[in-house]
Structures are given as C-alpha cells and as structure tokens.
Design a protein around this ligand. Structure first.
Ligand SMILES: Nc1ncnc2c1ncn2[C@@H]1O[C@H](COP(=O)(O)OP(=O)(O)O)[C@@H](O)[C@H]1O
Ligand SMILES: [Mg+2]
Length: 256
C-alpha cells in the first residue's frame, strides 16, 4: 500500500486473553491465555471443535463480550466495547424485511454522517460488488439464502470497517451455494483491503480462504495452534498441495 497513513490499518493484537463462563455456579474456562497478532489485510480463519470457544473469541474481538483477562488492541489502541472499526456478520443476515436490498445495504450510513446521495452511491457500489445489482429493488423475502447472505456482506462492507468478523457466515447454505460464495468472498477480499477473521467449522473453507488458520484446542489444557496456508491464489481445491493441506488439517483433528 502506498499511502503511509494507511499502513497497519486493521492490525489486531490479542494479549493474554482469557475468558470463562459460569456453568451451574462453577467456572467454565473457554479461552485460556490467547496471544495472537493479526496482520493488516490478513484473512485469519478460526477453527476448532464445537464448544472450543470460536464464537466466544469472535465476540470478544467484536467487543460484544468482555474478556476476564488480557486485552485486544486495534492498530495499537486498546479496544473497549463495540466500535465502528469492526463489522460482524452472523450465520443469518438479519435483514430488515420492509427495506429493499439497496436500502438494507445503505441502512445506517446516513447516521454515520454521509449525505443521502452519498449513502445511496456507497450502497450501490457494494450491492454491485456482491453481484446483486439486478436485485437492488427486491425485498428480503424475494431472495434465496445465498443472496440474502450477500446482502449482509455488502451491508457490513459498506460501512468500510477496518476489521470484518464472520461467524460461520456460510454455515446455513447448501453445498453448491457455499462453494460459489467462497469464490465470491475470495474475490471480494482480494479487492477490499480489510482484515478478516472468519470462524468456520469447515476445514476446506478455512484452507480455501485463509492466510492463516488458528486451531483452538479441544481439551481445555491444550495450546492453540497457528498454521500458515501458503498456497497460491486463486486457490484450487483439487490441487495436490491443497489436498495435502486438507489432509494435514484433518490429521490435527484426528479425522483420518
Ligand atoms: N453466554 C454464555 N454463558 C455460558 N456459557 C457459554 C456462553 N456462551 C458460550 N458458552 C459456553 O462456552 C463454550 C464455548 O462456546 P462457543 O464459543 O459458542 O463455542 P464454538 O463457537 O467453538 O462452538 C461452550 O461450552 C458454551 O456452552
Ligand atoms: Mg460458534
């Protein structure tokens, strides 16, 4: 990036992060001493068994949940609660049913100081980015699941966050839609310079999209692992190196 002011935008530092919940009065440790630096513009996937704390970690990063210990810094600054520097995408897009696609994407931009015309232009640009231009006047009930999730992605990107946080965003989609959405996300993330944290239980999705994968341990005493996915892009699921990577990752989970 040539603009020196933008250097380091969207860098996340997680230090000594711990989080427990309480279950029947007893503490339930979920995250234990997580230390991680997420690079500017990087796509980090978080995988791990169900209940390993993926959603909890994402919610702490979003500021929706406070850690018991440790801290999260964005561009060197301590975070406190939610902020406009971060956008979150959940499995369900949660669109407003009475607004069109375009208005859903533009929703909230005016309260962020954009004029009506600017908000509309911005919304149009992101609707186009996710390939929904022909549907900009459609209502959520007229969309398929994959299209609705695209609207959710466009809406999150339209606020131009530094960091995009996604919790199993494609988890509710059928297998074919999922693959085309993964291709779409890979393309969008190539063009949009945003740091991305993607929680997924789909190991192939993690390898297809991520620069690095954080594997949360299954046992509470275990250490998280971080692996670098050093495959050329656009990635090819049938390439030998991809298949080898997937087998390695399955092996980490004792699944082959
Ligand atoms: N609000 C909560 N209160 C109590 N326990 C919770 C809460 N949220 C999550 N947990 C527990 O924390 C653990 C991790 O949950 P979660 O982060 O949702 O895991 P994952 O997303 O990896 O499946 C689970 O055992 C879950 O039951
Ligand atoms: Mg979860």
């Amino acid at each position: 990036m040539s603009d020196a002011q933008n250097l380091g935008r969207g860098e996340v530092t997680i230090r000594h992060l711990s989080k427990s919940y309480r279950l029947n009065g007893a503490p339930l440790p979920v995250l234990r001493n997580i230390n991680l630096h997420i690079r500017s513009g990087e796509t980090l996937a978080i995988v791990g068994a169900s209940g390993s704390g993926k959603t909890t970690l994402l919610r702490v990063l979003a500021g929706l949940e406070d850690p018991d210990d440790g801290e999260v810094l964005i561009d060197g600054k301590l975070t406190r609660g939610v902020g406009t520097d971060r956008a979150v995408i959940f499995q369900e897009p949660r669109l407003l049913p009475w607004l069109t696609v375009l208005d859903n994407v533009g929703f909230g931009l005016e309260t962020r100081g954009l004029s009506r015309a600017e908000a509309r232009d911005r919304a149009r640009r992101y609707v186009q980015l996710v390939g929904l231009q022909p549907f900009e006047g459609a209502y959520p009930r007229q969309l398929s699941g994959g299209m609705a999730q695209r609207v959710g992605i466009a809406r999150a990107l339209a606020v131009q966050p530094e960091i995009l946080l996604l919790d199993e965003p494609l988890g509710a989609l059928d297998a074919m839609t999922k693959i085309s959405m993964q291709q779409e996300l890979a393309r969008i993330w190539r063009d949009e310079d945003v740091t991305t944290v993607l929680v997924t239980h789909d190991l192939e999705e993690a390898i297809y999209l991520a620069d690095r994968i954080l594997i949360l341990p299954r046992e509470k005493g275990g250490e998280p692992r971080l692996i670098e996915i050093d495959l050329p892009r656009p990635r090819d699921r049938s390439a030998r190196a991809f298949v080898r990577q997937r087998e390695e990752l399955l092996g980490v989970f004792g699944l082959h």
